[in-house]
Design a protein around this ligand. Sequence first.
Ligand code: AMP
Ligand code: GLY
Length: 439
Amino acid sequence: MSAALPNSTSPHSVLVVGSGGREHALVRALLASPAKPRIVCAPGNAGIAQDAPCFPIAADDIAGLVALVQRETIAFVVVGPEVPLSLGLVDALEKIGVPAYGPKADGARLEASKIYTKEILQKYGIPTAPAAFFADADAAIAYLRARSAPIVVKADGLAAGKGVVVAQTHAAAEAAVRSLLALPAQSKIQNRKSKILLEDCLVGEETSLLVVVSGRDYVILPTSQDHKRIGDGDTGPNTGGMGTYSPADVVTPELLARIDREIVRPSVDAIAAEGIVFRGTLFIGIMLTADGPSVLEYNTRFGDPETQVVLPRIASDVLALLWAAARGKLAGTPIAVRPDHAVCVVIAARGYPDTYPKGEPIVFPPTADLPPSTFIYHAGTAKNSAGQIVTAGGRVLGVTALAPTLRAAADRAYAACEQIQCASKYFRRDIGARQLNRR
Ligand code: AMP
Ligand code: GLY
C-alpha cells in the first residue's frame, strides 16, 4: 500500500473518523495544511460533506473503517470519538501498517474506565479527589454515610456524559448509587459487572487541557474552558458542552507551569510506565481548587467543543503535529499560537440534553455575510431527501469566532448565531461571561 509518498514528510490522504463539531474543526484544520492532503471523513455530517468527501461508515464499525482505509489507500487516520478508540480501531490499523492519531485500546481505557484512571492517579501520586470503588450498593451506601455531602457518584464506564452525579445530599447520593449500579454495563466495551466510584467533591473552576502526546513527548495545546450545563449561569443538567473559549485566562502562565509539573508530566510518565505507548490527545479535566489543580478525569481524544476553539488558534501545521505524534516523532515539534481569543457557541435543538426534535431545516446566511473570522462547524446535521440541511442531533452547530479580545470574539459568534435560522434553535447567551466578568 502506498502509505506516504516517498520522501514526503506528510501523508497524502487522511481519514478523519467521527461526525461532530470536533471532527468538522479537525477536517478544516487539516485542510489548511500547506501539504494540501486529500482529506476524507467517515461518517461525517452535512457540513463536513461541504468540505470533504464523506463515507457512510459508522464510527464504531471497526471492520468497515479498516476496509475503507484499504480501499481508499488512506495513509493516516485521525480518530475523533472515544468509542472507536476503545473498540481497538487504532490497534486494527496498526495491523495493516497505517499510522493513526489516537491511542490504542490500552490507552483508551484511561477514558473508558474511571476506576482504572483513579488507580493510576493514586499509584503515581497525581493530585485527584479521594475516592473508593464499589460493585455492591449496600457497601457503597455504608461508605457514603460516613462521608460528608456533597459527594460525587460516578459510573465506571463510558456513559456519554450521563455517568456522573454530583449529589448535594446523602439521599441524592444513595439514589444515584442505586441507579448507576443498575445501568447495564456497556456490552460491547465492557462486558463485566457495573461498578461505581464515590469521590469527594472538589470546588473550583474547571479547565480542559488538551495535550498532544507521543510516548514520553508532549505538546500542551492552548488552554480553554467549557460550559457544561445547559442553562445560562451554569444551571440545569450537564451536557456534552454548550460553548468554550480559549485562552482560559484563569490558567495563568505560572499556573500552567504548575499544572505541567504536577499533572501533565507525571501523567505522561505514568502512562508510559504502565507500558502504554500513547499517541494521541490526552484531555485532562482539571479542577482548580484552593489547594491547587486536581485531576477530574482523563479523556483520550480531543474535546468537543474545546477543539472548535483550540484548533483555530493554532497557526502552525496541525497535520504535521498529529502526523509527528502518531509516528513517535513529536520531540521538538513547535506549535505557533495566534494571540486572538476564540469563542465557540453551541447551537442545540431545544430540549437537549433530553428529548428534542430532529429533521428541522436550518437556514444559513451566505458565508460572505458572516462576521469576519467566524466559522460554522456542523455537528448534528444531515441532508433530507429534498436536499435541505436539517437538524439530526442534540448539539447541531458550533459557531466559532476569533478576534483580538474575548468580548469581540463573543460578539462575532453571537452575531452569527442570530443569522442562523432554525425553529428549535437554542443556545446559551453567556458563553465567556465568567472570564469577561472577571476583568
Ligand atoms: P468527569 O466525567 O469525571 O469529568 O465528570 C463530569 C463532570 O462532573 C465534571 O466535568 C465536573 O463538572 C463534575 N465532577 C466530576 N468529579 C467531580 C468532583 N470530584 N468534584 C466536583 N465535581 C466533579
Ligand atoms: N467538552 C467535554 C468533552 O469533550 O468531554
